[in-house]
Design a protein. Sequence first.
Length: 382
Amino acid sequence: MPSEPLTASGILPDIHLRKAIEAGHISADPYRIGSGSVQPASLDLTLGPRAHRLRCSFLPDAKTVADKLAEHSMGEFDLRDGAILERNRPYLIPLRERLSLPPGVRAKANPKSSTGRLDIFTRVITDRSFRFDEIAAGYEGGLWLEVVSRSFTVRVQEGLSLNQLRLVVGESRVSDAEIRAIHIDQPLLFVDEDPVGEGDIAVADGLFMSLDLRKRATGEAVGYRAKKNSRLLDLAGLERHDPDLFWEPVVPEREDRLVLEPEEFYLLLSAEAVSVPPGYAAEMTAYDPTSGELRTHYAGFFDPGFGYDRAGTLRGSRATLEVRAHDVPFMVEHRQPVCKLSFDRMLEPPHTLYGAEIGSHYQSQRVTLSKHFHRSGASSST
């Protein structure tokens, strides 16, 4: 942890996260927080041994989570040997980790990339809180994870990680003018391995990104749509599941456009490749075109080093976009802006970067499916 948290500013990197664990600001008694849980700018949180079926989602407001659970829990069950979470039912799972944050240090949570790619909606709540995923400075207490699997019936078990936590001190957000300046010095977006021109960068409280819907001459897919009533998906199984049993490929129309069916879940790729330099972290946020018809990207955190290598040979990595249209069919076209990438300063660069240095799954990705699916079948078509 920084020695002067009230005067520092930025997201805490891996070295400070480890210090926070050693100092007891983050704990998981009687469990040990493994070194593999510490990412360059975030900490993987883990499911505890029990879970609650909920009648409805809720925020604690002025009460504790336990008080609210007494009203809204429809039963508790064990996760130690694994358990099934049904589609479209909210569950609340106490996480193993607890926080005892110093004054001036706040936290923010988000789903992991693999969680978002499976259309699993997660958000953290804390005692006496009025907001999801935002944890107040100086908070002391437990963490609970609300989980709703929208497309698949899934099997989870104690110890799995579905979401991540960042610790922040001061004001870390980078302004639009600073984003432009950073891009001149260290390109943040590439198209076909060339930096996006200064005049083509679009910013408005973040950096805009668009869809890749170019129709392939060979008829290959540009993404996938989740199948309904598919088989059970075990989240503990990596590269185990046949993608053809869960996904169907999506091919654009001749005009490089695609009609999204309402309430269907799509995985698509960004047209731009992203590079996050070591001194910064990023977060993907949904772009609201004011129509309210489109929602993009559940999973938000991009750690330092995404699409970047120290040798300067990597020209960004494309982002997988999780897209759902609401209410009516919605037309999207190639290079249509659908989301924004916000940047935050790091308190200092992390010791290790996202990518090959820590064995990251999604560096230089050209496929959109999560690490749970093997690379045959549908996943070979992008």
